[in-house]
Every structure is written in structure tokens, then in C-alpha cells.
Design a protein around this ligand. Structure first.
Ligand code: DCP
Ligand code: MG
Ligand code: MN
Length: 344
């Protein structure tokens, strides 16, 4: 997710926010989650600052801003530039890493290897004899520009409606909710995140209907263009409850990334929280839960999770709440936040 939200040029710290957002996006792209997180927290602080920050000493007083960031802020305030950021734009290795990391299903280790093999373009990667691309990566390269592009809000809505209508033609009791950045009110999204449930139905029924009926139907209609094997986060899933793919509004429209989350009704509240995000909001809710002796995941809020050596989970713990989003907020003792307010 991009940190570069539109801020009015009249904001007292507009220039600092703009340059640090670019730097933050860079850390996100090169998959440096710690620095990316640190920048996002600092940016939230800066956006809420009504006064211009001009010195490192001033910046250091603020929440989530440490020594190094404070010095960068002073650098921007005094020179209108950020040296470190300019080097990331010009360093050839960094530029190639960024290019390769933009391929779906490519991590930092992989991207570094491609650079080391001497690849200088996506075409090089496709023809390099030392590289055996996965199916996902092949699709990712073939549709590189499509997947990099943001999806306008109205197109997300239309893509969601196609899935909803197709599923309801199979069984009218299914419910589809568009989650992710769309549910948070974003003007455009990186992909389409859909939560699929049917009140009263078993996980097994939901899964078989989606995988054995809906997916083949949408594929036959050339709406679904490719199935993508589970990414990193599917490792944690107990079973196949997530389905990744690519779709397009029309046969000639750009390909878009689509994620389906299959959810039984009793887990819908927890799944909605998880799939609405944003990721940092989720992290803070989970941290809060653990401080209160509970555990929050995409299936529910649990109490008394027993842990053995090395924090290995022994039991999931007693379910406190799973079906209701509001119920989970209540049991956590946090005031309700509308999806549009869940941006950290
Ligand atoms: N999520 C999470 N932790 C992650 C990845 C995802 O908690 N590491 C949750 C929060 C996200 C949601 O899943 O909001 C959907 O993930 P996306 O990657 O699709 O992110 P967004 O929809 O928020 O943004 P984008 O517009 O880039 O798709
Ligand atoms: Mg998304
Ligand atoms: Mn997604």
C-alpha cells in the first residue's frame, strides 16, 4: 500500500511529508518492512502537525520520530532535498531491484539473484538460461504494467459486482463484500479483495461452491484470466480459504489482481477486520489483543491461548467473538472505528 496520500500543498510540512512518503514507498518496494513501518508512523505524526517543523530538535520531540528521521527532516527543511532518497533513484542496482520486485511473487532474495545473474531488464529475465520462472512470475512479467497500475474505485465495484452476480446465480444466499483499500474508501486500489460467505453454510460447502463452480464459470467467461498460487500469507492458512488470481472487466481491459477470502458466517467479523486493514491497523489491534491476554487473527478473537516452548501454539484458546466486527471491537475495549478511519 502506498503511503503517498494526497496532502494539500498548504500543509505546513507538505514538502517533508512528500519526500518522506517517497522514501517510505521505496522501503516498501524493496521489502524493508521495519523501515517502511517506521516511516509510516512518522508520516502519520507529521500529517497531524499543525506547525512547521524546521529543526531536528523539534522533530525529535514528536511521537514516532527518532534521531535519524529527525535529522532527515531537518535536511529537507533546510535544503528541500533528501540525499539518501536521491541515491536510491540513481543507484543502478537499486533501480533494477525495484523493477524486479514489482513482479508478482518475487521477493528480495529472488530479485537480487536476477541482478547477480546479469539481468538488466524483464526481457533478460525471460531469456536467462539460469532462471526457471514460476507460473506466477511468468504471469507477473507478462502483465507487469497492468499489475503496477492502480484500479479506479468504480472498476473495483464493477469487478466485485460480476463476481457477486455469478455467485448468486449459483446460489442466491451467498454474500460478497468488497474489502481491502476499497472498503476503507480509497479512490483506487492495488487489487480487488472479496470476502465471500453464506449464512448458515459450512466452510466446506462455501469452498466447494467457489472453487468447483464459481471459479470454472468465471474462467469460462474469460473474467478470470489466471489462477495464481498462494503467496507467502497462504502458508499460515489452515486450509484453502484464500484464492488469488487475475481478472479483467472485458477481454481487452487490463488484467487486475483479485483475492477471494472464503469465510464461514461465524468468522465473518474477524475476517472483515483482517481483510479491511490496513495492515498497520491490524497489527496494532493484534498487539492490543495480546496485551489483554487475548489473540486476534482472521478467524476470531480468542482467550487463554496456551503456548508452549518457543511460543508454539498448544491450543487456539476459547473463542471470545468471531462473527461480529463490532463485537470484536467491544470485547477488545476499543471504540468502534469505521473502515474509512482504519488507516494508520
Ligand atoms: N493484510 C494484513 N497484513 C498483510 C497483508 C494484508 O493484515 N501483510 C490485510 C490488510 C489489508 C488486506 O489484508 O488491508 C488486503 O491486503 P492488500 O494487500 O490487498 O492491501 P490493501 O487492500 O489494503 O491495499 P491495496 O490497495 O494495495 O490492495
Ligand atoms: Mg487490496
Ligand atoms: Mn489483496
Amino acid at each position: 500500500p502506498s503511503s503517498s496520500t494526497i496532502i494539500p500543498p498548504s500543509h505546513p510540512n507538505a514538502q517533508i511529508i512528500t519526500l518522506l512518503s517517497l522514501q517510505c514507498d521505496y522501503y516498501t518496494r524493496i521489502q524493508d518492512p521495519w523501515r517502511s513501518l517506521a516511516y509510516r508512523k512518522a508520516l502519520t505524526t507529521l500529517k497531524n502537525q499543525p506547525h512547521p517543523i524546521t529543526t531536528a530538535a523539534q522533530a525529535r520531540q514528536l511521537r514516532h520520530i527518532g534521531d535519524r528521521l529527525a535529522r532527515k527532516i531537518e535536511e529537507i527543511a533546510t535544503t528541500s532535498r533528501l540525499c539518501r532518497f536521491e541515491s536510491t533513484l540513481t543507484d543502478p542496482r537499486d533501480r533494477l531491484l525495484q523493477l524486479f520486485l514489482g513482479v508478482y511473487d518475487v521477493g528480495l532474495a529472488q530479485a537480487s539473484k536476477w541482478v547477480d545473474f546479469g539481468c538488466r531488464s524483464l526481457a533478460d529475465v525471460q531469456t536467462c538460461p539460469q532462471i526457471a520462472l514460476t507460473d506466477n512470475q511468468r504471469v507477473g512479467i507478462a502483465h507487469y504494467d497492468d499489475f503496477q497500475a492502480r484500479i479506479p474505485r468504480d472498476e473495483v465495484r464493477q469487478l466485485g459486482a460480476i463476481v457477486t452476480n455469478a455467485l448468486r446465480a449459483i446460489d442466491p444466499a451467498f454474500e460478497v463484500t468488497i474489502g481491502g483499500s476499497y472498503r476503507r474508501g480509497a479512490r483506487d486500489s492495488g487489487d480487488v479483495d472479496l470476502l465471500i460467505t453464506k449464512p448458515g453454510a459450512s466452510t466446506r460447502y462455501i469452498r466447494s461452491t467457489v472453487l468447483e463452480q464459481l471459479v470454472p464459470e468465471l474462467t469460462a467467461r474469460a473474467f478470470l484470466r489466471a489462477r495464481l498460487a498462494g503467496g507467502k500469507d497462504s502458508v499460515h492458512a489452515v486450509e484453502t480459504t484464500k484464492c488469488h488470481g487475475a481478472c479483467s472487466l472485458t477481454p481487452t481491459a487490463p488484467w487486475r489482481r483479485i483475492d477471494l477470502l472464503l469465510v464461514p458466517e461465524e468468522e465473518m467479523g474477524a475476517a472483515l477486520i483482517y481483510f479491511t486493514g490496513n495492515d498497520i491497523f491490524n497489527r496494532s489491534l493484534r498487539l492490543l489483543a495480546s496485551r489483554k491476554g487475548m489473540r486476534l487473527n482472521q478467524r476470531g478473537l480468542f482467550e487463554d491461548a496456551m503456548r508452549g516452548r518457543g511460543r508454539m501454539k498448544v491450543t487456539e484458546g476459547r473463542l471470545v467473538e468471531g462473527g461480529s466486527e463490532r463485537g470484536i471491537f467491544e470485547r477488545l475495549g476499543v471504540p468502534w472505528r469505521e473502515p474509512t478511519e482504519r488507516v494508520c
